[in-house]
Design a binder for this molecule. Structure first.
Ligand SMILES: Nc1ncnc2c1ncn2[C@@H]1O[C@H](COP(=O)(O)OP(=O)(O)OP(=O)(O)O)[C@@H](O)[C@H]1O
Ligand SMILES: [Mg+2]
Length: 264
């Protein structure tokens, strides 16, 4: 009996030493259940290890999602494809297989406000976290602000490393604010660097490519950015109605025509 008590103490100590915290928490109750349910030794060990692995994967996923800095957490399950018939559902499902990541394909989501660009970018980003890769989500304004500030402080290289490290960088709301010359050049450098490393970017914008010339300080920078961004890329043009205005429209507060005006 004394030996069993010793083995019990040592088992708990070793589980903690090995960092098997889930097993450590559940093992007492699990062993009792295993006896009641007449589980074999193999089933018992397998059940304990499986619970540890699942808990670890969940913790890793949680950490990755937190570090990604998504504006909200919404998976593809909460996306109503029937509301956006112009959207190619098969293409979105294909992107969710994450094959695009391995060859550094970029994804550009274009469309007016409220059509689900950010939602889709977040859903794909969360799937990338689930697969164990690191994602970083940023608005274009924050990204450019960060690059300009770091340049001024002589820390541009480390900022570039920060934005180049994640397997997927999501740049949201490109084109909402015009970029001056320095901002345009620094953004070009980042896109160029990720292109050289074959690292994917998901970018959202409410401006079609034709308007990108006026978004950057010089059209020549815009075309150099587009050249790299679009070399290996998928463009998804969403042409539907704003989901944000859906309830108001249903309630008759706004007409479809005024909804279009609000989007412009
Ligand atoms: N088809 C959809 N099904 C379910 N929810 C949707 C759908 N489209 C948009 N939404 C929801 O509507 C809100 C606005 O969508 P989202 O943030 O993706 O818009 P956006 O296209 O990025 O617009 P903006 O250009 O203004 O940033 C979000 O809460 C999003 O989850
Ligand atoms: Mg958005």
């Amino acid at each position: 009996m004394a030996t069993e008590a010793l083995a019990y103490e040592r088992m708990h100590l070793n589980l903690k030493r090995l960092g098997l915290l889930t097993i450590s928490e559940m093992v007492d109750q699990y062993l009792q259940e295993a006896a009641t349910r007449e589980l074999t030794y193999l089933e018992t060990v397998d059940g304990l290890l499986d619970a540890e692995v699942i808990a670890r994967q969940e913790r890793t996923y949680e950490t990755k999602v937190k570090l990604a800095g998504f504006p909200y957490r919404k998976g593809i399950d909460s996306f109503d494809f029937s509301f956006q018939p112009s959207l190619d559902k098969k293409l979105i499902k294909e992107l969710l297989t994450l094959r695009f990541l391995s060859d550094g394909t970029n994804v550009v989501l274009l469309g007016p406000p409220g059509v689900g660009k950010t939602h889709l970018a977040v859903s794909i980003g969360m799937a990338v976290c689930q697969a164990g890769h690191q994602v970083y989500f940023t608005s274009a304004a924050d990204l450019v602000g960060g690059l300009v500030k770091s340049y001024g402080m002589g820390k541009f290289d480390s900022k570039m490393r920060f934005y180049c490290r994640p397997s997927l960088l999501i740049i949201d709301e490109v084109g909402y604010l015009p970029l001056d010359r320095q901002a345009s050049n620094l953004l070009f450098e980042l896109i160029s660097k990720r292109y050289e490393n074959s690292s994917s970017i998901i970018l959202t914008s409410n401006r079609g490519y034709g308007e990108w010339g006026s978004m950057f300080a010089e059209p020549v920078i815009a075309s150099a950015v587009l050249d790299r961004l679009l070399h290996h890329s998928v463009t998804i043009n969403i042409r539907g109605e704003s989901y944000r205005l859906r309830d108001k429209r249903k309630a008759g507060i706004i007409s479809p025509a005024s909804a279009v005006k609000q989007k412009e």
